[in-house]
Design a protein around this ligand. Structure first.
Ligand SMILES: [Cu+2]
Length: 108
């Protein structure tokens, strides 16, 4: 069995095209840690979700718990089932400014 991966990403605005979050491909058992130092959050939105058109719905997403350590805020999610969903920041216009990522989780 493949060793589970822990993906780690800085969670910030992605205003410019070269900052855009590439879709993340994970398998069940992997996890993702998003960390930031400014005011952000992480909500999970089900597919289909497309930005910027659906950014207005971000407030209806499922928020992930936010933890803090040493001045850094972070959220973590363990992928327990296959599917496609989106991690989105619901603060202000952040989603419109590129703070969203498609995550696809597959079985091994
Ligand atoms: Cu944000």
């Amino acid at each position: 069995m493949a060793r589970a991966k822990e993906f780690r990403e800085q969670w910030n605005l992605a205003v410019f095209p070269d900052q855009a979050y590439a879709p993340l491909a994970a398998v069940v058992g992997d996890s993702l840690v998003l960390s930031w130092v400014n005011t952000h959050d992480v909500v999970v939105m089900p597919a289909p979700f497309s930005a910027p058109g659906d950014c207005g719905k971000a407030k209806s997403g499922t928020p992930l718990p936010v933890y803090e350590a040493g001045g850094v805020s972070y959220s973590a999610v363990n992928f327990t089932q296959p599917g496609t969903f989106y991690a989105v920041c619901s603060v202000g216009m952040h989603c419109y400014f590129g703070q969203h990522q498609q995550i696809t989780v597959t079985l091994l």
